[in-house]
Design a protein around this ligand. Structure first.
Ligand code: MN
Ligand code: MN
Length: 356
């Protein structure tokens, strides 16, 4: 009989053995996160049967309407990870302030930032949603997990990952040695290593962007998209496909599996200048996974993982995917700082003409 495939738990323990001096707290924390994701997968899978569909009737700190599942998933993350005793504090998309660990629970040296349910507008249409998590260590000499302790560049993450609750449930994570994918075997309740060492293909012919914002885009993004749309007869001399799932986790997963590029750039709208996605619990962890898989993650102007957060809910422009495509967009950003792009497809040829 062939040996059983490696489970996520076994994988993390093996990783722990490779890190001399590891105490096992990170292993315990990732195990707790795994349990959270299993529970959320169960709820998501129940759908309307679990009475977990629909709006909660409240808004979060970002002024987004909260779905019932946003709040349930948030509760699951808070309760299970707090009890584990590995954490100094948590930050959640659904909570304005840092969540401190209760006084009667042992305190660890890790900081957890998470988006408990990504793409929650997809719930009621039975489309994929996910959870995103980012683990940092308390900075040296700091013993308390306040907001400032979370403001470290993404390159310092010790673990980043997501769960995707799609046709199958998967966890994809990185501890800084590659990006690895695990599929939930529902019969045995375990995540099995099915996608070791994921690599983002170098080149791409798929792009993902919400083009309803086209009129607000910066020249570099207009140029990039124009050139993709021009296809075989344009400067890129090949046809592209466009994709948009409206859940960051699902877009990231597709790109990790088969390449392509995702753009949610900063734009010229009021408030759009700092982008839409949140740095700490969306762009940073996804960026870490993409870079660990050989892709590139960028603000459009430079590496997302170098960006030092100024606040826990900071937003950022975010572009990631196949390395050569992201580098091309960064180059366009550099060029069009000095030189205006005249956007032929948006102007004279009128493919995306603004209402004049
Ligand atoms: Mn999200
Ligand atoms: Mn969310």
């Amino acid at each position: 009989m062939p040996a059983p495939q490696q489970t996520l738990t076994e994988f993390i323990i093996a990783e722990q053995r490779r890190s001399p001096g590891a105490t096992g707290t990170l292993t315990a924390l990732i195990n707790d996160i795994r349990i959270c994701c299993t529970r959320i997968a169960h709820l998501v899978g129940k759908g309307a049967l679990a009475d977990a569909h629909g709006k909660a009737g409240s808004v979060n700190v970002q002024d987004e309407e909260q779905a019932k599942l946003d709040l349930l998933a948030n509760e699951i993350f808070l309760t299970i990870n707090e009890r584990g005793g590995s954490l100094a504090a948590m930050v959640s998309e659904e909570m304005a302030e840092v969540y401190p660990i209760a006084d009667d629970i042992p305190r660890g040296r890790y900081l957890l930032a998470f988006d408990p349910l990504d793409g929650s507008s997809n719930i009621d249409v039975n489309s994929p949603v996910g959870s995103i998590f980012s683990v940092q260590a308390l900075p040296p000499g700091v013993s308390d997990g306040d907001a400032s302790s979370f403001l470290q560049p993404g390159s310092r993450q010790v673990c980043a990952g997501y769960a995707l609750y799609g046709a199958t449930t998967m966890i994809v994570l990185s501890l800084g040695r590659g990006t690895h994918g695990f599929t939930l075997d529902r019969e045995i309740g375990e995540f099995i290593l099915t996608h070791p060492d994921v690599r983002v293909p170098e080149r791409a012919s798929e792009f993902a962007i919400n083009s309803s914002n086209a009129r607000h885009w910066e020249p570099a993004v207009r140029r990039y998209v124009d050139e993709c749309l021009a296809g075989r007869n344009g400067p890129r001399a090949k046809d592209f496909n466009m994709r948009w799932v409206a859940a960051l986790v699902a877009e990231a997963h597709r790109i990790l599996m088969r390449g392509g590029i995702f753009l949610y750039p900063r734009d010229g709208r009021e408030g759009g200048g700092s982008g839409k996605l949140r740095l700490l619990y969306e762009a940073s962890p996804i960026g870490f996974l993409v870079e660990q898989a050989g892709g590139r993650a960028s603000t459009g102007y430079g590496p997302i993982l170098d960006l030092v957060p100024q606040s826990i809910h900071q937003r950022t422009g975010f572009i990631f995917g196949s390395r050569t495509e992201v580098e091309r967009i960064e180059e366009y950003h550099r060029n069009h700082n000095e030189q205006v792009y005249d956007a032929p497809l948006f102007g004279t040829r009128g493919l995306f003409r603004d209402s004049a």
